[in-house]
Design a protein around this ligand. Structure first.
Ligand code: PLP
Length: 709
């Protein structure tokens, strides 16, 4: 005999057997709109028929950085199928209409939610039959207001606990759980695994010490054996990637059926045998919010409203550990002594000198060049790589991972890893590997391993995604040496501090050379590290204009650019709230720049703040204009700059021309252009005619030695 209990609000009924049989709840994760929107409602219904007690419905996102390849691919297909949040809600409303009774949680990343509007979304969810939320990159510290909204609308908010969650944090997280706790069984991204983590009983024991709430375990479960094993220890078993694989492999027209069959097989039961002792989901309490809201970071984690820590739970404690370590280093004169001991190796201080012919050409301000291109490895990137590698050493991390766009940060990281004897892995978009083959080779020669990122635009953002996935997986042994002033706190602050040597030296050198401060400093902005390094020491010197040059690619009025501040909107990406290139639904857009190092859809949060407060100015510079800057510095000063730096050169020339000759301006020449020679040769046939530069290369230059001038 079967009884039904009404749990808090209709239409949510959980079937409860008269004679209760102990068994775990079966939780299924599927992506809305995968493999196609027409199948989604039937898939949800078949899951229920197959014995699933609770569904996590994935909201598709362009950059699901806590997910493995199977779920990533499902997100991309669902987006191609046109599924957005409204689409997810329509599917759900239809599924409820057709008789779906089990609870359904939305599971997704924060940016699409933020763009939709938290309040509106939560209200609509409640009326579309959604019962709660799991937000992968919104740790409860960032979720205080969202959680409150959910509770007011009667929705549950589910925290995650991972193997890397510390004991103290477990205690706090279980206090804010209002229905069940999601236990991530192993470090890493989602994906089916051959075996389960042998530490699972220990992890569950650690959580059970502090709560009697049900615990549902996910990540890696895919066979009946796993299901039984996990089910013998936990209150719920979550399966995700394997459902996607089953759908992908199902015969045409048989997808919902295959889903049901797999559900029945993996759980070892059928619909006639559905019994749950207690519900997993209950609603509507916000107790504990104050405990989370009261947790303070050691350093300010925001610049105005920008920044923060929008990261998967698995990274939270590691990032806090990094902050503690960095604060200790920052306050320790011996640490800075150690950093400075590398100056001879790095070629610091980098020279600053007057650019007489460039100045004459512009006919305005006196132009000076800060020569980061003369630093060891050819760019400013080594300043940060050395600083962070020394922090990592103090943390006892022996494995370093990094992302790179132009390859300069990869080279800098591989260099310091060689010098300190650390293992080095560099993620690089496969398109960037093609554009920057020379740097790929340099990294390999230095002993680093280069792993291509082959998803999305195959550029810098995808390399960051892959590095994040690696970090989530290997967080205990690994330091993620972030290459720009981007990402979650404390990276933007830490990278800024290490790069501030640029601005500090500039200040001293300008005073020595000219006895005063410059009137303007100009730098290119990708993620924003060389520019924030130049700007930061001048922020209080309000007579100094701070000018950033962004990559406008084919133009900000086209779809092909990376001018994030000039054309972006507020969002959350790669751990921080900042300006982003995104569509109206919060999906991250593909970017373009002739320079791989500026080809990124976000920007460091401190720049977003400098822009919002009006302290710094940012201008878009197109590919063709950057080539003009490149040509000018090369032919007037005999310095071949990186294409990234060429954006700053062009913008500086425009600004200088409007200034008077008694004023002075400094350009940060962030890197040298050797790495870009091939790219310039490749793009000149197209861009050359636009800027009047005919420099065609021939297969064999000896055939026509007089053509070049
Ligand atoms: C020479 C050079 N300049 C600038 C950049 C842009 O990075 P950021 O904005 O962090 O300085 C890069 C990135 O690879 C680079 O290689």
């Amino acid at each position: 005999m079967i009884l039904y209990t009404l749990v808090t609000k209709p239409p949510f009924f959980l079937p409860i057997s008269y004679k209760v049989v102990e068994r775990p709840a079966f939780v299924a994760y599927v992506v809305a709109g995968y493999p196609s929107p027409d199948l989604s409602v039937d898939i949800l219904l078949q899951l229920e028929k197959g014995g699933v007690d609770l569904i996590e419905l994935g909201i598709p996102f362009t950059d699901p950085l806590a997910d493995g390849p199977t779920i990533q691919a499902a997100h991309i297909t669902a987006l191609e199928n046109g599924i957005d949040i409204d689409g997810c809600m329509q599917l759900m409303a239809e599924a409820r209409k057709q008789g779906l009774t089990i609870p359904v949680l939305f599971m997704g990343y924060y940016n699409p939610i933020m763009q939709y509007g938290e309040k509106e979304l939560v209200e609509k969810c409640a009326s579309s039959g959604i019962d709660g939320y799991i937000v992968v990159d919104l740790p409860p510290e960032e979720a205080v207001s969202f959680r409150e909204l959910c509770a007011n609308a009667g929705l549950s908010y589910i925290p995650l606990i991972t193997p890397s969650t510390s004991e103290g944090r477990v205690q706090r997280l279980v206090q804010i759980a209002d229905s069940f706790v999601y236990i991530v069984s192993r470090s890493g991204v989602t994906g089916a695994r051959k075996s389960l983590d042998s530490n699972l009983p220990e992890l569950l024991g650690r959580v059970q010490k502090y709560t009697t709430l049900p615990l549902a375990v996910g990540f890696g479960v895919n066979t009946h054996e796993h299901f039984k094993d996990v089910g013998s220890m936990a209150d719920g078993v979550v399966i995700g990637s394997q459902f996607i694989t089953v759908m992908r492999n199902a015969a045409p027209g048989k997808v919902p059926e295959a889903v049901r069959q797999y559900a029945e097989e993996v759980s070892g039961r059928t619909c006639g045998d559905i019994k749950r002792e207690k519900p997993l989901v209950k609603f509507g309490s916000v107790e504990g919010n104050e405990k989370i809201a009261g947790v303070q970071s050691l350093l300010p984690d925001r610049f105005g409203e920008f920044g923060g820590q929008y990261i998967p739970e698995a990274l939270y404690d590691c990032v806090s550990e990094l902050e503690r370590a960095y604060v200790k280093c920052r306050d320790d004169p011996a640490f800075w002594e150690e950093v400075r001991s590398f100056y001879p190796y790095m070629g610091r201080p980098s020279p600053l000198h007057f650019a007489d012919r460039l100045t004459a050409k512009c006919g305005g301000a006196q132009i000076y060049l800060k020569r980061e291109d003369l630093c060891h490895t050819g760019s400013h990137k080594l300043n940060n790589a050395i600083g962070q590698a020394l922090v990592a050493k103090r943390l006892g991390k022996s494995r370093i991972i990094a992302e790179t766009g132009a390859g300069q940060h990869g080279v800098g990281t591989a260099t310091i890893c060689a010098k300190l004897g650390l293992k080095c892995i560099i993620y690089m978009g496969s398109e960037d590997m093609r554009r920057q083959a020379l740097n790929v080779f340099r990294i390999r020669m230095l002993g680093g391993e280069v792993i291509p990122a082959t998803t999305g635009s195959r550029t810098l953002k995808d390399a960051v995604n892959e590095a994040m996935r690696d970090w989530v997986t290997n967080v205990q042994s690994t330091h993620y040496l972030v290459g720009s002033a981007i990402g979650c706190h404390p990276f933007p602050t830490m990278v800024r501090d290490f790069q501030s040597v640029i601005g500090k030296e500039t200040k001293e050198q300008m005073k020595e050379l000219t006895s005063r401060l410059p009137d303007a400093v100009v730098a290119c902005v990708g993620g924003g590290s060389n520019s924030i390094g130049m700007f930061h020491p001048f922020i209080e010197d309000t007579s100094v204009r701070l000018i950033g040059a962004e990559a406008a690619g084919d133009g900000v009025d086209t779809a092909k650019h990376s001018a994030t501040i000039s054309a972006g909107t507020l969002g959350v990406f790669h751990g921080a709230k900042t300006f982003l290139l995104q569509d109206s639904k919060g999906q991250i857009m593909e970017t373009h720049s002739v320079s791989a190092g500026l080809d990124y859809p976000g920007v460091g949060p401190e720049h977003a703040w400098l822009r919002a407060t009006g302290r710094a100015e940012y201008y878009p510079v197109s590919d063709a204009q950057a080539l003009q800057g490149f040509r000018s510095l090369t032919q007037l000063e005999g310095i071949i700059p990186a294409l990234e730096s060429s954006h700053a050169v062009y913008q500086a020339m425009q600004v200088a021309a409007k200034m008077s000759p008694d004023q002075q301006l400094v350009i940060c020449v962030s890197g040298r252009g050797d790495k870009d020679v091939n790219t310039v040769a490749e793009v000149l046939p197209k861009i050359g005619p636009q800027i009047g530069w005919d420099l065609r290369f021939e297969e064999d230059p000896t055939q026509n030695p007089h053509r070049y001038h």
